[in-house]
Design a binder for this molecule. Structure first.
Ligand code: TMP
Ligand code: ASP
Length: 239
């Protein structure tokens, strides 16, 4: 496809979004910059951008084949993904299969406790407010999504879990939890953003070793090595 990258539209903590010669398409550029705790902690994870771009492409392709509409249109380079331009819904949807992170804190359950029926949580996508949790009434009150959109979003989040969880298990990875973002284009909704070790918790199935951004958040060391290991297992050859 002959699509040219144009001006920068938006720079986030881990990605830059560029306009293109096509009004309905954007380029996502994946950086090595890492932040945690609403950017209180900052650092660099060498090679992360390549891992996140390639892994997201592999998982979006797999989801597309399973009938989940995603914004992924193609891979332009190691760090650049061509995407359908979306009007982003300001909700972060989190799906959880195992207790970890903020759910352990909120409930007092021990990290690693299995969850029988996956839990979906909604958060407001707002850096100044620190992404507070929302329920369906808050979503309605704030006009973030229509009831029909919210129903689709919850159902699709669970469907994505039923596709990714068994696939990642075949690669020796336990999908503990993950974050999704969605957006509108025309009258349709699509999965957007990325699916990577930045946005998922992934544990080695056998040893339960953490192979995701928690290594950075919690100063566990071996951060780059963990990203490369996930890349090797999910995408194949090393980045
Ligand atoms: P949490 O346990 O801190 O709420 O995180 C749940 C999942 O969401 C975890 O896989 C990491 C991911 N996540 C993001 O992608 N972005 C964020 O800003 C946060 C807080 C979590
Ligand atoms: N990326 C988010 C931040 O900077 C949080 C995280 O992934 O832990 O706050």
């Amino acid at each position: 496809m002959n699509v040219e990258r144009r001006e920068k539209l938006y720079e986030g903590k881990a990605k830059i979004v560029y306009a293109t010669s096509r009004p309905d398409m954007v380029v996502q550029y994946f950086k090595d910059d890492a932040t945690a705790f609403n950017a209180l902690k900052r650092g660099t994870i060498v090679g992360k951008g390549v891992v996140n771009n390639r892994m997201s492409a592999a998982l979006f392709t797999r989801l597309g084949r399973a009938g989940v509409p995603t914004h992924y249109l193609g891979t332009l380079s190691d760090r650049e993904m061509l995407c359908r331009r979306l009007e982003i819904i300001k909700i972060e949807a989190i799906v959880r299969n195992v207790v970890a992170g903020s759910l352990a804190k909120r409930t007092g359950l021990e990290e690693g406790t299995p969850i029988k029926q996956p839990v979906v949580e909604l958060y407001l996508k707002s850096d100044p407010l620190g992404d507070p949790m929302l329920n369906d009434d808050h979503v309605r009150m704030l006009g973030l999504a229509t009831p029909a959109e919210l129903l689709w979003l919850r159902r699709t989040a669970l469907r994505i879990n039923t596709v990714l969880r068994p696939f990642l298990k075949t690669r020796g990875l336990l999908l503990v939890d993950f974050k999704l973002e969605f957006g509108r284009s025309g009258r349709k909704l699509y999965l957007g953003d990325e699916i990577s070790p930045d946005t998922c918790r992934l544990w080695d199935v056998k040893t339960r070793e953490k192979l995701d951004k928690d290594r950075f958040r919690r100063d566990l060391g071996g951060v780059e090595e963990a990203y490369q290991e996930v890349f090797r297992r999910v995408v194949g050859t090393p980045a």
